[in-house]
Design a protein around this ligand. Structure first.
Ligand SMILES: NC(=O)c1ccc[n+]([C@@H]2O[C@H](COP(=O)([O-])OP(=O)(O)OC[C@H]3O[C@@H](n4cnc5c(N)ncnc54)[C@H](OP(=O)(O)O)[C@@H]3O)[C@@H](O)[C@H]2O)c1
Length: 342
């Protein structure tokens, strides 16, 4: 696991708990308190060669260099801070001919592209079989695919376009950075092109705003139909049996869902899914509006686990979901949340 931040620590916990995988360890770059967490979790910790002294000065016992860890691995899950994955690929993975999964902060196109596909388990799981390099779509991108694909399958050509407004959380629960009182816009949200990478036929327009909250992302998806939008019941029917999609009816805001997950003792307070807020799902003439919250930190963890099963084991999606569900208990959490927010 190359990187041990908000995403890396969750991924390390998942992959080290999967008996099918021999987990080599985690790479740390700063000799800080998170190193203690990694050591206390019984992970072998690897660090850059030039930082070995910094870690030993701080009395952290490391197992070797990042280079040595990569050498021992068949596949690296790169959870580096945004953009560093590209350098890692050029410096480590490519020269050593090692496969890697990258996170959504890396580039899909242009000179710093790290892979030729973005994975979304609901859309293109099987295309990742045997690939050397794949990006796991970001939390927002994963959530959008999870809602759009079942609707595209059910309503197909009846859909004219999708307009999505993403309201992004400022920071994660465990982030120390200041949450500034401002609403920020995004010149060119990457989410639009990322989703179109795996759903090229979708006529999609995305805007994104960052707001001072730590409590999940919120997406307002407006779907315009060519003639008349379907009924609310048929939309709910299309989505209710989806893996990792919960239908809630009485939450008042994103914090209600996050706090419930914390109160229920879900690990890290993650639900690992998107939550459709049925009471505000509206249909008018040719427009369907779906509002859903997206667990920013939790969404991509089972997605990475599914992706690894495609890349390494070439397993069918059904079998992979079964395995991932047994580790994350997503179906059980969905039932509990749906009951709590009936
Ligand atoms: N946070 C989310 O909600 C979220 C959701 C979906 C996807 N993502 C994506 O996941 C990736 C990681 O995000 P994050 O939120 O986990 O970031 P983060 O909490 O800031 O953690 C980044 C980690 O990268 C490590 N690092 C620094 N240089 C590195 C290098 N050269 N190679 C590997 N790791 C390096 C840092 O190590 P040290 O601490 O040791 O310095 C730190 O642990 C990004 O691409 C992001 O876009 C994030």
């Amino acid at each position: 696991m190359n990187g041990f931040g908000n995403i890396g620590r969750r991924l390390a916990n998942t992959f080290s708990g999967d008996k099918e995988i021999q987990f080599i360890g985690v790479a740390k770059y700063s000799a800080d308190e998170k190193t203690r967490e990694a050591l206390e979790s019984k992970y072998d910790v690897y660090v850059p060669e030039h930082n070995l002294k910094q870690f030993s000065d701080n009395k952290y016992k490391v197992s070797g260099t990042v280079q040595e860890a990569v050498k021992q691995s068949d596949i690296i899950v790169d959870a580096a801070k945004e953009g560093e994955g590209f350098e890692n690929k050029k410096r480590l993975y490519e020269p050593m001919k090692k496969a890697a999964i990258f996170q959504g902060g890396e580039e899909r196109c242009g000179p710093r592209s790290v892979a030729d596909m973005i994975h979304n388990s609901r859309v293109n799981y099987a295309e990742a079989v045997g690939k050397m390099y794949v990006i796991q779509g970001s939390c927002n991108v994963s959530g959008m695919g999870r809602i759009m694909q079942p609707l595209a399958e059910k309503f197909g050509d009846e859909i004219e376009r999708y307009d999505v407004t993403i309201v992004r959380r400022w920071a994660d629960l465990e982030d120390l950075k200041e949450v500034r009182d401002s609403i920020e816009w995004d010149r060119e949200p990457h989410h639009q092109e990322d989703v179109k990478d795996f759903m090229p036929a979708a006529n999609l327009f995305v805007e994104a705003y960052k707001v001072p909250s730590r409590m999940m992302h919120l997406h307002q998806m407006l779907i315009r139909f060519k003639i008349k939008a379907p009924t609310k019941d048929s939309v709910i029917e299309a989505l209710s049996k989806e893996f990792g999609v919960a239908i809630l009816n009485s939450a008042k805001g994103s914090a209600d869902v996050r706090n419930k997950a914390l109160m229920l003792g879900f690990q890290y307070g993650d639900t690992n899914m998107v939550h459709i807020h049925e009471e505000v799902l509206r249909v008018q003439d040719d427009i369907l509006k779906i509002l859903y919250t997206d667990d920013q930190t939790g969404m991509v963890i089972p997605e990475n686990h599914l992706l690894l099963q495609s890349m390494v084991f070439g397993r069918s999606r059904e079998q992979a979901i079964k395995k991932t569900d047994s580790l994350f208990q997503i179906s059980r959490k969905k039932r509990i949340l749906e009951e709590e927010f009936r």
